[in-house]
Design a protein around this ligand. Structure first.
Ligand SMILES: Cc1cc2nc3c(=O)[nH]c(=O)nc-3n(C[C@H](O)[C@H](O)[C@H](O)COP(=O)(O)O)c2cc1C
Length: 337
C-alpha cells in the first residue's frame, strides 16, 4: 500500500523533527533513556530523553550514550521545576541537541531565549488555547496538546476536546502534536486530518522490547485494561497536586498518605508551597523508579495512560511504528475521495 496521503499529512512534522514519521515517543521518566530513545529514532520516529530529576552530569552522559546508539535526531525533555534547569539547558547546547521539550509548567523567565540561543527548537505543552497563543507569542516553535487520557502527569481536559479547541486556531502558525490516549493508527489519521503535524505516544512504547522497564512492570501493562489506568485524587484543597494517571495498586493508596503528610508540613509552616510541591514530585519520581527499575508493581507507581489496554505484548519499536503507520495509511485510503 502507498503511504502517500499519510506522508503528505505528516510532512510538516517530519520536516520539523528531521525524522521519517511524525510519531514522537513522549519522554517517560526512567523509561525514556538511551536504549528506547535511540530505538525510536532509528525506527524513523522521534525519541526524547526524559531528564526528570537527573543532574547535569547524568544528562550529559545520557546524551553522549544516546548519540553512540543513533545518528538520527532526538530530543531532551526538561522539567521547568528542576532547580538546575539552566545548567541542563547548557548541557543540551553543549551537545547541539536539536529539540528541547519543556514540561511541567510555563517556561521560566529567560529559559526560552537560553534554549533557542544555540539554534535548538523548543516544544512546549499547551493545556489551553490562551496558553497556546501565549507560548507561540513568546517564541515557542511547536506545541504538544496532551489530554487527560495520557499516562503520567495530566491536565483536566480530554484529548478530543483540546484538539478541537487548539488545532483550528494554532495549527497554521506552528506544528502541533496531539498526545494522550492514542493506541492505534486510525486515531493518528484522524488527528492529522484535523490539522495536527504529528502525534506523541508514551504508553504504547513503554513496554517495547528495547524498553529497559522491569519485566514485572511490562506484565502489569499487558494485563491492564483502560479502566485500570486511573487519575490520582487531590485530598487537600490547600495543596494543589497535579493529578497522575497510573495503574491502580497499593502505591495509589500510599500517595493519599503522602499528600496528608505534606499537607501537615505545610500547615505547621515547616515547608512552603514550592517545597511542598517539590516533595510531591520527588515522591512520584521515586515511586516510578521503584516500579520501572526495581519491578515493585505493588508499592511503586505504574504510570500508564488509558491506551494501556491496547498494549498486549512486548514488540520491537520498529514493529509498533510500522503497525501505527499501516493502520493510519489504511484509514486514510478508506476515506471516500
Ligand atoms: C511511565 C510514564 C512516564 C512519563 N514521564 C513523563 C515525564 O517524565 N515527562 C513528561 O513530560 N511526560 C511524561 N509522560 C507522558 C508522556 O511523555 C506522553 O506525553 C504520554 O504518555 C502520552 O499519552 P499516552 O500515555 O496516552 O500515550 C510519562 C508517561 C508515562 C506513561
Amino acid at each position: 500500500m502507498t503511504h502517500a496521503k499519510l506522508t503528505s499529512l505528516m510532512a510538516r512534522g517530519t520536516e520539523f523533527f528531521g525524522s521519517q514519521s511524525a510519531i514522537l515517543c513522549g519522554a517517560m521518566s526512567w523509561v525514556s533513556e538511551r536504549n528506547l530513545v535511540a530505538a525510536i529514532s532509528n525506527a524513523g520516529g522521534f525519541g526524547v530523553i526524559a531528564c526528570g530529576a537527573m543532574t547535569p552530569e547524568l544528562l550529559d552522559a545520557e546524551i553522549v550514550a544516546t548519540k553512540a546508539l543513533t545518528d538520527k535526531p532526538f530530543g531532551v525533555n526538561l522539567i521547568t521545576m528542576h532547580p538546575l534547569l539552566f545548567d541542563l539547558i547548557d548541557v543540551c547546547a553543549k551537545h547541539d541537541v536539536s529539540h528541547v521539550v519543556l514540561a511541567g509548567g510555563l517556561p521560566p523567565k529567560g529559559s526560552i531565549e537560553a534554549i533557542k540561543q544555540k539554534g535548538a527548537k523548543l516544544i512546549c505543552f499547551a493545556p489551553a488555547l490562551a496558553l497556546a497563543k501565549k507560548l507561540v507569542r513568546s517564541g515557542v516553535d511547536a506545541l504538544v496538546v496532551e489530554g487527560m487520557e495520557a499516562g503520567g502527569h495530566i491536565g483536566p481536559v480530554a484529548t478530543s476536546v483540546l484538539a478541537q479547541e487548539i488545532l483550528p486556531e494554532m495549527a497554521e502558525q506552528v506544528p502541533v502534536f496531539v498526545a494522550g490516549g492514542i493506541g492505534r493508527g486510525e486515531a493518528i489519521a484522524a488527528y492529522l486530518e484535523m490539522g495536527a503535524a504529528g502525534v506523541q505516544l508514551g504508553t504504547r512504547f513503554a513496554c517495547a522490547s528495547e524498553s529497559i522497564a522491569h519485566p514485572a512492570f511490562k506484565k502489569a501493562f499487558f494485563r491492564a485494561s483502560a479502566r485500570d489506568a486511573i487519575a490520582s485524587v487531590q485530598i487537600d484543597p490547600r495543596l494543589p497536586v497535579i493529578p497522575v494517571r497510573a495503574l491502580k495498586n497499593a502505591g495509589t493508596e500510599a500517595f493519599t498518605a503522602k499528600q496528608r503528610e505534606v499537607a501537615n508540613l505545610l500547615d505547621s509552616g515547616a515547608v512552603d508551597m514550592m517545597e511542598a510541591q517539590l516533595q510531591i514530585e520527588h515522591y512520584w519520581a521515586g515511586a516510578l523508579r521503584k516500579a520501572v527499575i526495581d519491578g515493585d508493581v505493588e508499592g511503586g507507581s505504574l504510570m500508564a495512560g488509558q491506551s494501556v489496554g491496547m498494549v498486549t505484548k512486548e514488540e520491537p519499536v520498529a514493529d509498533i511504528i510500522a503497525q501505527l503507520m499501516a493502520q493510519a495509511a489504511e484509514a486514510l485510503e478508506r476515506r471516500v475521495a
